[in-house]
Design a protein around this ligand. Structure first.
Ligand code: ADP
Length: 450
């Protein structure tokens, strides 16, 4: 823009000056031409004579030549060229009958020159040559030029300073964000970038902060999980250690006690393997490698789970019953459905007293398969209801351990249900003490028909 400002208007005004100069010069030459118009033959005398009536023309110098280019009249008195030959292109052009006017600018002055023929009865009898050297307008033109250059300089400085300030502001905020990203990358998950303004950078910063929030939550959950898992593994290991130490350190321990201790060691080892199995299952669910599901009918799986749990229930004196709609078909693997049913129903038995019941109903409601498992056991207090699906969460730690729980069963159930796009909830039983677990899974296409 500045280059354009420094060229276009100047060129335009220069052309304007050129045009006005040429017009003015042609006008002056015309005056002389008309003064000489009556002369048939041009001589130094009659030309001087004729031009005495012409007043100031405003032109620096005027020459009148004959047809050979010899100067007959020169307006300049000192250094007059009268009698000499003037070989100017413009004079030759004029002698050939043409008007020739030119103007140029040399940096100090406007130089204009031009020539016209002197005609007598259609016959060229000579030429008038005019020449002007104008420094006054050149001065004006130069000051215009330098004014524009000065204004451009000021504008350029302003623009540069403004762009520097703006870019520094922008890069400053980006580097702040970058710094925050680096901090978080190094593991400082509590670090937050400061958000100023409401532009795109502020939006990115806000997004980054909420991403970091999630990262921190996930990281905290991971740490808690690792510490909980280590703790859970440590307890049976400590038990095993204690029992083996007792056997080794007690002299002459009787065979019956040794047998009892080894039995306890076996139980602890079994708990360890249950925990690691559950942990592995959860890790598999976490890893995102979802096994391709197929249409699975829930009723036959329920029947199998019922058979497996029958003995345990009988031992505890808990009555098992079930009812399943044959149309209940979901997209999952048989193992998924088995895990869901087994864990919830086993809990029902585990947390029920002698004489209790666990009832399972599988129905089709609209586009969903609903699995309801109801028991009249110890129930879950209000404040724990929303937490029972968390990893290692137990309402009553001692009781859970005593019944062989790992605290992971319901987490596995919840993760499995969510991965199959279902929902799960735990409620109090309405008719009395106990718990109801309700799982909803999308009905498979083609399911719902008998
Ligand atoms: P656990 O292996 O300890 O049973 P779960 O994840 O299966 O772990 O269950 C978490 C906790 O929820 C249990 O420790 C228990 O306190 C409570 N819970 C689960 N199911 C029931 C139920 N049917 N009745 C009462 N409490 C239950």
């Amino acid at each position: 823009m500045l280059i354009l400002l420094n060229t276009y208007p100047l060129l335009e005004s220069q052309n304007l000056v050129f045009r006005s100069k040429v017009t003015a010069m042609a006008g002056s030459v015309k005056v002389i031409e008309s003064a000489l118009s009556g002369l048939e033959d041009l001589t130094p005398e009659n030309v001087s004579q004729a031009l005495t009536v012409v007043e100031e023309t405003g032109v620096s110098r005027i020459l009148v030549t004959d047809t050979a280019g010899r100067v007959l009249y020169d307006s300049r008195e000192t250094g007059s060229a009268v009698g000499l030959y003037a070989f100017y292109t413009e004079i030759f052009q004029a002698l050939r009958g043409q008007n020739a006017y030119y103007c140029s600018y040399d940096g100090d002055a406007f130089l204009s020159r031009g020539a016209s023929p002197v005609v007598y009865h259609n016959q060229t009898v000579g030429a008038i040559y005019a020449y002007e050297y104008d420094t006054e307008q050149a001065e004006l033109f130069k000051s215009l030029q330098s004014n524009i250059a000065r204004i451009s300089g000021v504008v350029a400085v302003f623009v540069i300073v403004l762009s520097l300030l703006l870019s520094r502001m922008l890069t400053g905020r980006i580097s702040e964000l970058l710094q925050a990203i680096r901090h978080v990358r190094e593991g400082a998950y509590s670090h937050r970038a400061e958000v100023k303004g409401s532009d795109e950078i502020a939006q990115i910063t806000a997004e980054f902060n909420s991403l970091t929030d999630r990262l921190q939550t996930t990281e905290n959950a991971r740490r808690r999980f690792v510490s909980d898992a280590s703790h859970e593994l440590k307890t049976p290991l400590a038990g095993i250690r204690l029992l083996t130490d007792s056997i080794l350190q007690t002299e002459n321990m009787d065979a019956e006690t040794i047998h009892e201790f080894v039995g306890d060691i076996g139980q602890e080892a079994e708990r360890l393997s249950r925990i690691t199995e559950d942990l592995l299952r959860l890790t598999r669910l976490d890893s995102g490698a979802l096994e391709q599901g197929a249409a699975v009918a829930v009723a036959p799986v329920l029947e199998r789970v019922q058979r497996m749990l029958r003995m345990v229930a009988k031992e505890k004196g808990v009555a098992l019953s079930y009812q399943a709609d044959d149309r209940a078909v979901v997209i999952a693997t048989e193992d998924d459905i088995h895990q869901i049913l087994y864990n919830i129903m086993e809990n029902g038995i585990k947390y029920s007293a002698n004489g209790g019941f666990v009832r399972t109903d599988v129905t089709v409601e609209g586009q969903a398969v609903v699995i309801r498992v109801e028991d009249n056991g110890v129930g879950i207090p209000d404040e724990d209801l929303s937490h029972v699906f968390e990893r290692f969460y137990r309402v009553d730690k001692a009781r859970s351990r005593a019944v062989g729980g790992t605290g992971l069963g319901l987490s596995i159930v919840r993760d499995t249900v969510l991965r199959r796009e279902g929902t799960i909830e735990a409620r109090h039983r309405e008719e009395g003490p106990g718990t109801v677990f309700i799982v909803r899974l999308p009905l498979a296409e083609g399911g719902g028909e008998a």
